[in-house]
Design a protein around this ligand. Structure first.
Ligand code: PLP
Length: 285
């Protein structure tokens, strides 16, 4: 596989990053994952704008213009012949000479930029989407700026492992009795035809897929309520689902052992998945 590191396209085995990189030492960096369908990028501009925002919140200069980012994404898709899959990008504050809590001078320490692609031929016809996923709930003990897409993913990763250990697929995180989001996705329930998902704040990542799915839902006359919900309310829901760039709309069929409806993907979640894939394909670039 060919990867991109600080301006160069290299075989992955030749790519090198300094051991002093603040991404490695301090998780001082941000990332984006953009999905590729039929060799084209879904919601590229949404991901670019969120990248700019994340970098701005951390005071890291955006090292490239929109069209340069787009060019690197497209080069990787082409050079690695990606049909369905994704492009991962990461920007860290860079590698100063020494380890230090104080941010380095941006004049001398430039951000580190890494991008790579991953192929996933089963992206659209996902067996999980046909069966639906089971989630457990865990305490949300992450930091208070989850709206910034940092590479600090240890707790979400541990949450996913707790879910697997419990024979489930993923974990929903809970703060003050209310669901914030999944380990790597936004969380939704459906009750009486209404789609309910937590409102945007610093408590959750502002999902690019979330924005698209809520738009498609409203355009299809499905009512949307952006508000918090409790685990108890979720267990009584008709349907549930999660959204992310890499899983689109993924039906949830069980929460903490309680089956939702028939325990199979619900009709509205299934319909939203179809609409999302169809519409995203049309606007991919
Ligand atoms: N919430 C969290 C914590 C995530 O890590 C992600 C994606 O990685 C999402 C939500 C979904 O965001 P998006 O739809 O932009 O992929």
């Amino acid at each position: 596989r060919i990867v991109y590191v600080n301006g160069d396209y290299l075989p992955e085995g030749e790519a090198k990053i300094s051991i002093f990189d603040r991404g490695f030492l301090m998780a001082d960096g941000v990332y984006e994952v953009t999905t590729v369908i039929d060799g084209k990028l879904i919601d590229f501009d949404g991901h670019f704008l969120r990248l700019e925002r994340s970098l701005g919140e951390l005071g890291i200069e955006n090292p490239m213009a929109r069209d340069e980012w787009l060019d690197v994404h497209r080069q990787l898709v082409a050079q690695n012949d990606v049909g369905h899959g994704m492009v991962y990008l990461q920007v860290t504050r860079g590698a100063p000479g020494d380890r230090d809590f104080i941010f380095p001078d941006p004049e001398t320490t430039k951000p580190t930029v890494v991008l790579f692609s991953q192929a996933n031929p089963a992206l659209i016809d996902s067996p999980k989407a046909k069966k639906g996923i089971k989630v457990i709930t865990i305490d949300d003990i992450r930091w208070g700026r989850r709206d910034i897409k940092t590479v600090q993913l240890l707790y979400p990763s541990m949450g996913k492992m707790m879910a697997l250990k419990a024979g489930c697929d993923d974990a929903w995180m809970v703060q003050d009795g209310e669901v914030t989001e999944g380990t790597s996705n936004n969380a939704y329930i459906i009750k009486g035809g209404r789609i309910i998902t937590r409102a945007l704040s610093n408590d959750i990542l502002h999902g690019i897929t979330r924005a698209a799915v809520l738009r498609f839902a409203r355009e299809s006359q499905m009512p949307v309520e952006e508000r918090s919900f409790t685990v108890e309310e979720a267990m009584q829901a008709d349907e549930a689902f999660v959204t992310s760039a890499s899983t689109f709309v993924m039906p949830v069929v069980e929460i903490d052992g309680a089956k939702l409806g028939a325990g199979t993907p619900g009709p509205l979640a299934t319909r939203l998945r179809e609409i999302y894939i169809e519409e995203s394909r049309k606007t991919a670039i």
